[in-house]
Design a binder for this molecule. Structure first.
Ligand code: FNR
Length: 188
């Protein structure tokens, strides 16, 4: 059986290197993973005032997460954490109270930056958030991608052997993690 994976790209930039990274990851992923992007750009800012009656954008986000078996975060680092747009989406999905969409969901975290630290600090920050949201985090391997702009083409072809090997191994391990979690905690 195939596993349905929803993925978030944490950047709203039209020239996002993390979007490129997401395209490359989809290309090297095991064939039994089926990917759907879960968009974050149309969400209003979260407020508890919405909890009694979620707007369509908030509902759509929660439905999208409910419709997949695992989640992959592909995110930049902004000021040593994740971009506010991504955190906003996470806050929406974690609520209303008692309806946390991340509960027991297998999750992978990866990201690229133009700096050598490769989103390491943002990923640690996101791990803390996802741990609190009771997601089942893949703890290893970690992948901190320092991305040269020519390493991945616009269509997601990887032009760097070492990067290709890292991303392929990451997605293979992610698939194993998803399978392991879903064996104990089946979803959909
Ligand atoms: C950055 N960038 C950045 N890089 C990093 O390694 N650590 C950081 O803390 C930050 N902080 C940061 C804040 C803000 C507001 C911006 C706009 C950028 C640089 C960042 O890695 C670079 O812009 C990437 O290209 C962002 O990823 P996307 O949007 O191209 O996917």
């Amino acid at each position: 059986a195939a596993y349905k994976v929803g993925y978030f790209v944490g950047s709203l930039s039209s020239t996002s290197i993390n979007r490129l990274l997401s395209k490359a990851l989809l290309k090297v992923a095991p064939p039994d993973l089926e990917f759907t992007e879960i968009g974050i750009k149309d969400l209003p800012l979260y407020s508890p005032d919405h909890d009694s009656d979620y707007p369509p954008e908030g509902r759509a986000l929660k439905d999208a997460i409910a419709g997949v078996q695992a989640l992959l975060f592909v995110t930049p680092e902004y000021n040593r954490s994740v971009p506010g747009a991504l955190k906003n989406a996470i806050d929406w999905a974690s609520r209303p109270w008692g309806e946390n969409s991340f509960d027991h969901v297998p999750v992978g975290i990866i990201g690229a930056s133009i700096g050598s630290i490769g989103t390491a600090v943002a990923q640690q920050s996101l791990r803390a958030v996802m741990a609190f949201c009771n997601a089942r985090l893949m703890t290893a391997p970690e992948a901190y991608i320092h991305l040269r702009t020519d390493a991945i083409s616009d269509s997601g072809e990887i032009n760097d052997e070492e990067l290709g090997a890292v991303l392929t191994a990451y997605m293979a391990e992610f698939r194993e993690h998803v399978e392991r979690v879903l064996t104990v905690l089946p979803r959909g």
